[in-house]
Structures are given as C-alpha cells and as structure tokens.
Design a protein around this ligand. Structure first.
Ligand code: GLU
Ligand code: ASP
Length: 497
C-alpha cells in the first residue's frame, strides 16, 4: 500500500491560492454541503410547528419541534463515527464522501416534495447517514493532500473552515428569502437540494487530476477473516434493535417523547463508550492514557459550549419568530435570516483572532485556557438575554439587536474553541485511534444536542429569565471550574500544548 508521502506526491501541490489544487474540490464540496445543511436547518423548526395555512406541517408544538431538531442534530454528528469507520476500513474516504453527498441530496429532495411527515422523517434519516459519511471524511482528505511537515497545512484548514462558514452564512439568507417569496417551505428546501447537487458536481470535477490518490484506498482495510465476524455482529445488533423496536411498538410506548428520550440516552452514552474503549484498549500506551484524562474536561467544556451555541438554531430561532420585532421599515424580515449571524461573525472575526494568536506567539493562551474562556462568552451570550426577558415582561416584542449581540458573543467563544478543538483531539487521541479522532470531536456536538433535546422541554415550563439565567450561569460556573483545572490539564497533556 502507498505511504502517506507517496500519496501526497500524486496531488498537484499548487493551483488554489498557493495551496494544492484539490483544496478547490474539498472547499466547494464542504461549502455546498454546509450550505444545504444550514439552509435546511434555518427553516426546519418553523416547518415543523407552523400552521398548514402558513405552509408548515403543524406536526408538533414549539418545544417538541426544538427537541426533535436537537435529536436530529445529535444523530447527524454521531453518525460520523460510522462514516469514518466505513471510509477507514471499507470504501476509502473519497468514495464514502460521494455516497454521503448523494444521500444528503436525496434527503433535501424529500423535503422539497410535499410528502408530509413521512417524507420529513425519511429526509432526516437520509441526511443523518449522508452527513456521517461525508463530513468527517471531507475534513480528513484536507489533511491527506499536504505532507506531514507542510507549513501550509494549518492555513489550508483555515481556508476550509472559511468555506464551511461561507456556506452557512449565505444559505439562510437565500433559502429564507425563497421561502418568503414563494410562501413555500418546499421551495426553500429545494434550494438546499440544488446546493448539495452542485457540491457533488464540484467534488467530482477533475477529481482524479486534482486529488490524485488522496483518500482513494481505505487506510486500514478489513482483513478477510474480520469480515465474517463483523457481518455477524452487525446482523445480531440489527436483529436486537428491530426486536426492541417491535416490543416498544406493541406495548404502545413508541411515542415521539419516547424516541427523544431514547436518543438522548444514546447521545450521552456514545462518547462514554468511546472513551472506555480507547482507555482500556491494549494499543493505548501509558502516556496516551494521561492525554485521554486531560481530554475529559476539555470534552465536557466543549459540550457545554455547543449546548449554548446549538440553541441558536432551536430556542433562539423560535425566539426570533415569536418574541422578536421583525418589522424593519415597511418590510418584515424572515426569522431564518438570524441563522446567518453566527457564520457572518465567524468570517469577520476569524482572521482577526488568527492575527492575534500570531502576534502573541508563545505568550498566547494555551488550549485549556482558550476552552475555559469560550465558556465565559457562551455564558454571557445567554445572560444578556435575561435583560430583554425582564424588560419586556415576557410578552412585548424585543429588539432584534439583542439576538445580534447574543450571536456575536457566542461566536467569540466559538473562535476560541472550535478551531483548536479539532487539532487538540487529533493530538490527544491515542495513535491507534487516529481515524476516530475527527468523529470524537464531533461527539461534543452529539452530546450537547442530546442534552438540548431535554432542555427544550424545560424552556416551556420556566420563565425566560430563569431559562437564560440558569443556563448562562451554569456556563460561567463551568468556566471558573475549568480555570482552576487548567494547570492539571496542562500537566496531563505533557508536551502537547
Ligand atoms: N459549525 C461547524 C461545522 O459545521 C462546527 C460544527 C461542530 O463541531 O459542531 O463544521
Ligand atoms: N459556525 C458554525 C460552523 O463553524 C456554522 C453555524 O453555526 O452556522 O460551521
């Protein structure tokens, strides 16, 4: 099998802003995939609870819709574990990405058609599976097109990160405007489907020429004798799962509430089992165990951060629709537009932050310190929402600027944590689990959204002041605990910064 450096030699090393030509394909594939994902997400919660006369499905009340959105998001990131495994052991990253893109596109097509609740759930399954196949793998091919010591590697990832947020910024504006213009959610979702189709074309465009052999062969192909036992295990698990579903169904327990609670438990158990698996594995060395211990508080902080950040597309999205004044002059803006704020601030602030870290050099904050401060900003983004909640008495419409400020604060936290989170994970994960590292980081979003599925229920029961106050306060308390733990974490991280 070709070594990493032999593979890099097959990739043209120039051709896209001084970066390997293949970055063009990867940048646009992820741009369009995120365009379709965040465009769809900007409408979905409304589509679920709005009345039929408003073009919605009127399927659930607001808080159930928010819970379902969260479980959906949780599974979208959880399926990355399977996607990374399939690429690593069976299909190779490139083919896995292609199949993922295809499933995602079909998922958006389902929403573009007037298929009611059935098509909504089929679409969710397709997008969960498709994103799991595509997302971790497209990022990992970015790593494959640079040689290990290439100084352009980090900036390659920053360009890629810009692609993600550019897609996430543009789509709510376009998808939201199309929905408003045609008064049809299906019209909005069809834009997402077209986006993913363009993404697939861009991926395939001169793929062989631009990406060479990167991501073609599975890195760690299944041995013949392993196949039998894996197929056996997969069949047994599937049968157990189906029997359980049947029992639950026959008992009459199969309600939406049950499904939400079931996946909350799975979402929380997933990383715990991955940690135990890594920690107890014979291939994990002693030093790597110490790194894994250091990773636990970082993982918890990351989770708390996404708990708040991800509510931007659920609780705050509902808030934008129901509690915010959307009249600007004679125009009424779409509440979906608020979803563009996070990526917009990322695009503006990321280069500024990067320049700041460059300037500070070795004097800059360490990874654990950055993680801690991200919680301070996340907490602040919720605490400031207490002010309009108090002054509006919980009924009067509030100024949209409160939401703008809240999204702005959370983004400062995101920039402190999200870019370093991935690289910290790849450095702290045991060598034998390198292929799982990318999906391990995404598990922070999995757990966070599993927790959010339960928090959405609470939102309905307590006052806004209590909700934003307690959650924002919890993030600040965790910030302080993290700050106290920083020296311990750094010690356990050893030479890794
Ligand atoms: N917003 C980023 C993306 O879509 C990060 C997501 C996450 O780690 O949860 O890639
Ligand atoms: N900032 C998110 C990410 O980096 C995008 C979003 O939440 O819209 O992709």
């Amino acid at each position: 099998m070709a070594t990493k450096e032999e593979i890099v030699k097959t990739v043209p090393q120039k051709g896209f802003f001084g970066h390997p030509k293949g970055l063009f394909n990867l940048f646009f594939t992820e741009f369009w995939e995120r365009f379709s994902y965040y465009g769809m997400k900007a409408l979905l919660v409304y589509f679920m609870y709005k009345s039929v006369t408003d073009g919605g499905l009127a399927l659930f009340d607001k808080s159930t819709a928010a819970s379902i959105m969260s479980i959906y998001g949780s599974l979208v990131y959880m399926s990355g574990i399977i996607g990374a495994w399939i690429a690593d052991r069976i299909l190779g990253t490139r083919r896995t990405i292609f199949w993922g893109g295809l499933l995602i596109m079909l998922g958006h097509i389902c929403l573009a058609l007037p298929g009611g609740a059935t098509f909504l759930f089929i679409s969710m399954v397709l997008i969960i599976l498709g994103t799991g196949l595509l997302k971790p793998n497209v990022s990992s091919v970015v790593g494959d097109i640079y040689s290990t010591n290439d100084p352009r590697r980090d900036s390659g990832f920053s360009i890629f990160y810009m692609g993600i947020n550019l897609g996430a910024f543009l789509s709510p504006l376009i998808v939201g405007a199309v929905q408003q213009e045609f008064q049809s959610y299906h019209a909005g979702f069809s834009v997402a489907a077209v986006g993913m189709a363009i993404g697939l074309i861009m991926f395939k465009l001169s793929e062989k020429k631009n990406l060479g052999m990167a991501g073609v062969a599975p890195a760690n192909p299944l041995a013949k004798n392993e196949i039998k036992s894996i197929v056996k295990k997969a069949i047994i698990s599937l049968v157990i799962f189906l029997v359980l579903v049947l029992i639950v169904y026959l008992k009459g327990w199969l309600t939406i509430g049950f499904v939400i609670n079931f996946f909350t438990v799975i979402g929380v158990l997933a990383p715990i089992s991955v940690f135990i698996w890594m920690f107890t594995s014979k291939s994990t060395k002693k030093e790597e165990k110490s790194h894994l211990l250091a990773y636990i508080p970082l993982f918890i902080a990351g989770t708390m951060f996404w708990v708040i950040q991800e509510q931007g597309s659920t609780i705050l999205a509902i808030y934008a629709d129901t509690r915010t004044n959307l009249e600007i002059g004679s125009k009424t803006i779409s509440p979906a537009f608020f979803q563009s704020l996070n990526p917009l601030f990322i695009i503006i602030l990321a280069p500024i932050m990067a320049a700041l870290w460059m300037k500070l050099g070795n004097k800059g904050p360490s990874t654990p310190v950055k993680f801690s401060f991200s919680l301070l900003f996340a907490g602040a983004s919720f605490l400031i929402m207490v002010i309009p909640a108090m002054t509006s008495g919980g009924t009067e419409l509030i100024s949209p600027w409160w939401l703008v400020l809240s999204f702005f604060l959370v983004v400062i936290g995101e920039l402190l944590m999200s870019p370093v989170g991935l690289s910290a994970t790849t450095k702290l994960a045991p060598e034998a689990f390198a292929a799982q590292a990318m999906s391990l980081w995404f598990l922070t979003s999995t757990v966070a959204q599993a927790i959010n599925a339960q928090l959405a229920k609470v939102f309905d029961k307590v006052s806004e002041v209590q909700y934003f106050g307690y959650l924002g306060g919890a993030a600040i308390v965790l910030f302080v605990i993290m700050l106290i733990l920083c020296p311990w974490i750094s010690r356990k991280m050893g030479s890794i910064r």
